[in-house]
Design a binder for this molecule. Structure first.
Ligand SMILES: NC(=O)C1=CN([C@@H]2O[C@H](COP(=O)(O)OP(=O)(O)OC[C@H]3O[C@@H](n4cnc5c(N)ncnc54)[C@H](O)[C@@H]3O)[C@@H](O)[C@H]2O)C=CC1
Ligand SMILES: O=C(O)[C@H]1O[C@H](OP(=O)(O)OP(=O)(O)OC[C@H]2O[C@@H](n3ccc(=O)[nH]c3=O)[C@H](O)[C@@H]2O)[C@H](O)[C@@H](O)[C@@H]1O
Length: 423
């Protein structure tokens, strides 16, 4: 099929290369010309396992990128994958979405074929109907029945994006007509995952509810973990014990610094704002955020219990990315931790296998090192903030510290004398 993907970021680029790899002809529209140039050269602007390989294999053949909305009038289906970042009050900013919808509509003014416009961005329930459909209909001048609309949320995780995209647990397609839904189903033919078809609004809500539920599991693990810490119990043993119950399952119960990244914090907040706008008091969702906000303070308190004031002390930070296997630091828990250390006069020396360049944008002036060992050299204490597997193999590097105070915010080390924030 002929597919246009609007937005060439994490979701748009991964969606595009995977669809192209399946044999669809894919055109990416990305307003940032630098990203377009890189993509057309076969260089992914973001890091994801396997992405470069699949991009290189398909670019220039059945995959191309451009920054304008030309040559898309014959596309069968469009996937809008632009960002929906939080506004100051936490609600979703739909500006990029409505701009994309308007631009698609303008480009389709003279098309005569039935086309389906699909929202893949995470958007509050009601958005496709209230923002996307009116923008496309107005700017295209076409009738409502000549264009179909779908909402097809994406559930991939950063760092495992290609694998997740190709092997989803389910495919959710909300649509305003059966024909529109069938077109999107056809795009995914070849996937073995169950397909759930539903209304536009329900598809939008499924995405918010999924992310909020996963975030809730993490805050739950952290709340139990904080109590376990006081009682001298290993919360990982406890979560292992509860995870065997298939009604609970063992996933997303890792206690620690809490959830970061560009999605959980933003999506839970957006759902809270949506509930409030509808005169509800979303107590559970508010608590999910409240627990999460407090976890980074715990590592600072524990550090001070161990070494006293941090002022003038050299603190090694291992891990800056919001999770392993990514260079993304958006809403990384490392940010509040580094900020507290700097506020209290610590000398911060940081290492991350991939995210140093991204963190330099937030903190250009802290010291960065190219290896974990170099960051640990002469340190008064070490804080482990990201669950990078390579940290499992650096046991001897800790011998380079001035004093061996090692505190984990993510459970990854298996050496003697390490203390966890809530285990
Ligand atoms: N990052 C992730 O792991 C996941 C993100 N999502 C959702 O997918 C959406 C996109 O997220 P990301 O890919 O992370 O964002 P991103 O910020 O990496 O990419 C969005 C891209 O859209 C481009 N863009 C903005 N306006 C445009 C326009 N009018 N025309 C063409 N391009 C335009 C931007 O330049 C940017 O490159 C968000 O709603 C997010 O919540 C959903 C699942 C996973
Ligand atoms: O909507 C999105 O953008 C995506 O958000 C998350 O994916 P992602 O943010 O990439 O990463 P996760 O693996 O979910 O981790 C998020 C955060 O939670 C933390 N986490 C995760 C799991 C856990 O048990 N404990 C925990 O603290 C991670 O360290 C990380 O900071 C969801 O897992 C995806 O399904 C969803 O598509």
């Amino acid at each position: 099929m002929e597919i246009t993907v609007v937005g060439g970021g994490y979701v748009g680029l991964v969606t595009s290369v995977c669809f192209a790899d399946m044999g669809h002809r894919v055109r990416i529209i990305e307003i940032d010309p630098q990203k377009v140039e890189l993509i057309n050269k076969g260089i992914p602007p973001i890091y994801e396992d396997n992405l470069e390989e699949i991009l290189k294999k398909n670019i220039g053949k059945n995959l191309t990128a451009q920054s304008d909305y030309q040559f898309i009038e014959k596309s069968d289906v469009f996937f809008i994958c632009v960002g929906t970042p939080p506004q100051e009050d936490g609600s979703a900013n739909l500006r990029y979405l409505s701009q994309a919808a308007e631009s698609i509509g303008q480009a389709l003014r003279d098309s005569t074929i039935f086309q389906v416009i699909t929202v893949k961005s995470t958007v509050p329930p009601g958005t496709t109907e209230s923002v996307v459909i009116p923008a496309v209909i107005k700017s295209s001048g076409r009738t409502k029945d000549s264009i179909g609309f779908c909402m097809n949320p994406e559930f991939l995780r950063e760092g495992r994006a290609i694998k997740d995209f190709k092997n989803p647990d389910r495919i959710v397609i909300g649509g305003n007509s059966d024909i529109a839904i069938q077109v999107v189903r056809d795009v995914y033919s070849g996937f073995s995952a169950p397909t759930i078809t539903t209304s536009l609004k329900a598809a939008e809500m499924i995405k918010y509810a999924s992310n909020s539920f996963l975030a809730m599991k993490i805050s739950f693990a952290n709340e139990i973990g904080n109590l376990c810490k006081k009682l001298g119990i290993n919360v990982y043993d406890v979560m292992n014990g509860i995870g065997y119950d298939h009604r609970i399952n063992p996933y997303f119960l890792n206690a620690g610094l809490g959830f970061g990244g560009s999605c959980f914090p933003k999506d839970v907040m957006a759902l809270i704002r949506l509930a409030e706008k509808n005169d509800l008091d979303p107590l559970l969702l508010q608590s999910v955020i409240a627990v999460n906000e407090k976890q980074p303070n715990k590592i600072i308190s524990l550090l001070k219990e161990r070494i006293g004031s941090v002022s003038g002390k050299r603190i090694a930070i291992l891990g800056l990315a919001f999770k392993d296997n990514t260079d993304d630091v958006r809403d990384s828990r490392a940010i509040p931790v580094i900020q507290s250390l700097l506020d209290e006069g610590a000398d911060v020396v940081a290492y991350d296998p991939m995210a140093i360049a991204s963190m330099k944008i937030y903190y250009p002036d802290i010291q960065y090192r190219n290896t974990a060992g170099d960051a640990l050299d002469g340190a008064d204490a070490c804080l482990v903030l990201t669950e990078w597997p390579e940290f499992r193999d650096i046991d001897t590097c800790f011998d380079r510290m001035k004093s061996r105070v090692i505190i984990e915010g993510r459970k990854i080390l298996s050496i003697e004398g390490v203390e966890g924030i809530c285990w």
